[in-house]
Design a binder for this molecule. Sequence first.
Ligand SMILES: [Zn+2]
Ligand SMILES: [Zn+2]
Length: 502
Amino acid sequence: MHSRHACNLVVTLIGVVGLAGQPVWPAAPASVRILILTGASDPSHNWQQTSAMLERILGAARRFTVRRLEEPRGITAATLEGYDAVIVNYNGPRWGSETEAALEAFVASGKGLVSFHGVSYGPFLGTEQRGSGWSYDPQAAWPAWRRLLGAFWPPQNIGHSIPHAFRVRLVDRDHPVTRGMPPEFTFSDELYHKLELEPGVRVLGVAFSDQAWRGTGRDEPVFWAGSFGKGRTFHTTLGHDEAAMYQPGFATLMARAVEWAAMGTVTLEGWLDLARRAADPVRVLVVTGGHAYPSAFYSLFEGYDDLVWAHAATEQEAFRPNLKDRWDVLVFHDMREDLGLEARASLRAFVEAGKGVVSIHHAIVDFTSWPWWYEEVIGGKYFTKPQAGRPASTFKEGVDLVVRPVAEMRSHPVLRGVFPLVVNDEAYKGMWHSPRIQVLMETDHPLNDRPVVYIGPGGGGRAIYIQLGHSEGTLHHPGYRRLVRNAILWAAGRLPDRRQPR
Ligand SMILES: [Zn+2]
Ligand SMILES: [Zn+2]
């Protein structure tokens, strides 16, 4: 806690609520095994970023097992064994004859190869950037690469429009990759131009290259499918960076292309929207107000597709009627000693409906004038002033604390994956604790009471208090974040207790 005069910052933030919806694609019966070969890109592109985005796209498709190899030079046929398709996200030095022959044999045997954007040129084709121009040395090229890519980009043609939004038109929707996709979509990216396609490739999508954006004034192919021996190849010129790849048009196309290249068929359906949440996410209302806190606090709720949250900073916003119909878990990070009667009724109905409460840090000061709250729900109380013969509780910021799981509670679901936390945070001492709390984590620091994380009586629902959470260092600590996430899921009834009954 800070001194009270510093406590009147009221943060108003529009709640961030993701779109709840059905998963776009069903869980797959079998996993398709994909290897990303990456580790180099030309200076205009960032292979780390784009490889991570590829993995995110393929993960969202729920169909693939993905591995990434960042040093392809020197790999052999044995490395590729067991994969269904390889994605090349690499633009750098040649891999050497054994590795290149291994990839050719892999694809020719009936497997898949997918590549995109920054792989459209480079040393594999014998082209290299020299200052502002391009050199071409056919002797330096990987002979089979043109056929694997399905194209050659003559050095004098290498270029693209100014990044802008254009329409991608699917000109062939009889191919497994494009079948069932919308006939066109708007896309923002660089638009590569003047590539020379290899004979036999099947152009699936084009985009008009507008001269107003320094384009060619004609349709340019933007993705195509080809073959190599018994294998399948796919290349798209789209996907400059993670922002381009994030777009549903790219994500959908890439996931479908990878499945087709790997298996020869596409089972994926619908539009792959990376912003889409999992079905039935936990709905969390975060209640603040009455005390300042680092904005890093909000990051505790971000990055999970099974959780949607909104934020309320005032009593009026937070404790509306029908709270229990709108939310699964209330996270308290506010500091209000009192609460109006209507708000009390709404909150009590929420708790008694069996819902979840996660109280964090200074929220232990909440509703100290409402015994039902601290006795029946939380099971703890911080005394801001001496009361009934008890001295006021104390606080001290910046204390090095070791907070460890209580031995016999180590297998509690809230502590799953949580080790002792060594943090610099705020110590509280001299609080009241109900004999009915179940302590999950504790400390023996002299400036702190022993219980630090505990499950309260619950009042008919599930309540957990987590004292830590004052400092940025704690809020960013992955172990703390796991604890908070577990607590939210547990409070929502989503973390089954798999402990053996004693
Ligand atoms: Zn604090
Ligand atoms: Zn680019």
